[in-house]
Design a protein. Structure first.
Ligand SMILES: [Zn+2]
Ligand SMILES: [Zn+2]
Length: 139
């Protein structure tokens, strides 16, 4: 049943890529994939539990805690779509934001001009505080 498993992994990556700005608990991933008509055979709960650690190992998914609830959530970062842009990491809530490719390229160009340094955008993480955390909102 190797192909079946590959299909489920592909569907999971596809779902997370489509929602790359959001973080999910495993329960939320299962619920939303089941509700999405695009996924005819959404992976079951046990499959998602098994696949997520593999995706973390492959550096495609990052794990962190949501706000003060200490709920473990997951977000796709570093997939194929992430090669072309830098990432912004909030040191307060731990979320990662995908920088827009245009701004990322602009910044890389400037750094190359000013500092004679070729930035590897997909590997670059800028640390700071996100909009919600600046406002002191709970996420
Ligand atoms: Zn990204
Ligand atoms: Zn934040």
């Amino acid at each position: 049943m190797a192909t079946y498993k590959t299909e489920q992994k592909k569907a999971l990556i596809d779902f997370l890529t489509k929602n790359s700005r959001r973080t999910f608990t495993i329960e939320e991933i299962c619920r939303e994939m089941e509700a999405d008509p695009e996924y005819v055979l959404p992976p079951g709960r046990s499959t998602v539990y098994r696949l997520i650690p593999k995706l973390i190992e492959d550096n495609v998914v990052k794990r962190f805690y949501r706000g003060t609830s200490r709920k473990t959530v997951y977000q796709i970062v570093g997939g194929e779509d992430c090669i072309g842009h830098m990432h912004l990491k909030c040191t307060t809530c731990g979320r990662i934001f995908h920088m827009s490719t245009g701004i990322s390229q602009e910044l890389s160009k400037k750094i190359a001009e000013w500092d004679d340094f070729m930035v590897d955008a997909g590997q670059t993480m800028i640390f700071g505080i996100c909009k919600e955390c600046m406002k002191g909102e709970q996420i």
